[in-house]
Design a protein around this ligand. Structure first.
Ligand SMILES: Cc1cc2nc3c(=O)[nH]c(=O)nc-3n(C[C@H](O)[C@H](O)[C@H](O)COP(=O)(O)OP(=O)(O)OC[C@H]3O[C@@H](n4cnc5c(N)ncnc54)[C@H](O)[C@@H]3O)c2cc1C
Length: 418
């Protein structure tokens, strides 16, 4: 037996790499190392069912504990990798222990960006990325009454919906003119703004936070640059993440907006791969190098790297997709909408069933669907398969998209399935 594969990071990507290596028939040792003291778990419920009390830790674990023994995966939880010693192919833990590798997979994810204003360290200022942070949010939500959420992106809006559902007074402060604006079209932003407002969430856009103040070390107020002040006994900050690139950079690997990898998810260091939230890869659907933050991206990249390590080197070409749940509404996104020059809609916003089709030079590049799961599932196939859907067809509700899906499947020689 050789040194096998060492995976750093026990998130979605790290876990999936280990699991997929075994299902690919890889027989060498697998060591899965993570700084969090827990067995691998899913992050999406942390801003949805977990703080609502609908899901506990056991139900969000990616696999039960015995899975790791059964699959001969040496899980080292609560251990931080401090350095990569590339010359001898070892990783060094903070404890100074050294672990050899033949292949190394960096699945180290991203960490929350911190709010850089006065008062940001007061008690009652919370972030949400890890299970421990989610436990703290859940606990504080029990007694807090006035919640201010800073950041109107996915995580901020999801936790705002949770807090509102728990009967709290909630204000969302978003610095940009509209919600989730980095990713969705204005019609979707407006829909979610109205949804939150209809449930009693106060949504403030163009809101630039200038200061957090408190008393006896506890948060009490959030002030904006325009002088408006919002009372708060709990502030949850969701202003984006930064990729964990330090391990890679300190060992001399190429880093851009993430650990730089090629289409095989290989870094420029021999036998070292990077995947998931920490990695920047060339994406054929974006026509650019991108770093994506989604379960799909982490899980599919992990699967691809496992195939390569198991001996069948293969390119990463999966279509990006994502979802968010806010109140009872599910928004599903497929493809990359950046750079689109036209949108058309299908469905009715009033009925809370709507899809937005994004076109770039008449080519379908992305679909966002609100409570229209079939559009999403078919859309994924149409975008990935490069189906010739015109904007007029997309807008024509009488055209059954399943026909196009069927034609696409026939061209590719197989039946359409969902
Ligand atoms: C609250 C929340 C809700 C989300 N909701 C959705 C959703 O609805 N849909 C969706 O598609 N995506 C969602 N995401 C995003 C999704 O969870 C991430 O994109 C995905 O988890 C990325 O997986 P990863 O393995 O790349 O990184 P991570 O899951 O971040 O895992 C990286 C792990 O590496 C560890 N690590 C870092 N450095 C070291 C080191 N030096 N040594 C050891 N360990 C280290 C970290 O502590 C972490 O445990 C959500 C994320 C959050 C936080």
């Amino acid at each position: 037996m050789g040194a096998g594969t060492v995976i750093v990071g026990t998130g979605q990507g790290g876990f999936q790499t280990a699991a997929s290596l075994r299902s690919e028939g890889y027989e060498e040792p697998i060591t899965l190392i993570g700084e969090e003291p827990h067995i691998p778990y899913q992050r999406p419920p942390l801003s949805k069912g977990f703080p609502l009390g609908q899901l506990d830790f056991e139900s969000i674990q990616l696999r039960p504990e015995r899975f790791y023994q059964d699959h001969r995966i040496d899980l080292l939880a609560g251990k931080r990798v401090a350095a990569i010693e590339r010359a001898t192919q070892h990783v060094r833990l903070e404890s100074s222990a050294r672990i050899p590798y033949e292949k190394l997979v960096l699945a180290v994810g991203a960490r929350n960006r911190k709010l850089a204003v006065t008062g940001a360290n007061l008690d009652g200022m919370l972030y949400l990325r890890s299970l421990d942070e989610a436990i703290a949010v859940k606990e504080r939500l029990k007694s807090a009454q006035e919640i201010v959420v800073i950041g109107g992106g996915f995580i901020g809006l999801e936790i705002a919906a949770v807090a509102c559902t728990l009967g709290k007074s909630v204000t969302v402060l978003e610095a940009l003119p509209r919600l989730m604006s980095r990713v969705v079209a204005p019609i979707i932003s407006d829909f979610f703004r109205e949804l939150h407002a209809s449930r009693g969430v106060k949504v403030v856009c163009d809101a630039s936070v200038s200061e957090i103040s408190g008393s006896r070390g506890k948060v009490q107020k959030v002030a904006l640059r325009d002088g408006t002040v919002y009372p708060a006994d709990l502030v949850i900050v969701g202003v984006g993440v930064a990729p964990n690139v330090e391990l890679a950079r300190d060992s001399g690997l190429g880093v851009a907006n993430g650990v730089a990898v090629n289409e095989f998810l290989e870094t420029d260091g021999e036998n070292i791969f990077a995947i998931g939230d920490c990695a920047e890869h060339p994406c054929i659907f974006a026509g650019a190098r991108v770093r994506l933050e989604s379960v799909q991206n982490a899980a599919d990249q992990a699967q691809r790297v496992a195939t390569t390590i198991a001996g069948r080197r293969s390119c990463y070409r999966a279509l990006p997709w994502f979802w968010t749940d806010q109140f009872e509404i599910k928004l599903q996104m497929a493809g990359i909408s950046q750079g689109h020059d036209r949108i058309v809609t299908r469905g009715e916003v009033e009925k809370h069933k709507l899809s937005v089709f994004y076109f770039k030079r008449d080519r379908l590049v992305a679909i966002d669907s609100i409570n229209r799961p079939l559009d999403h599932m078919i859309g994924r196939k149409l975008i990935a398969g490069g189906a010739p859907l015109t904007p007029e067809q997309a807008a024509d509700e009488s055209l059954d998209l399943r026909i196009l899906e069927h034609e696409l499947a026939q061209q590719k020689g197989g039946p359409a399935r969902h």
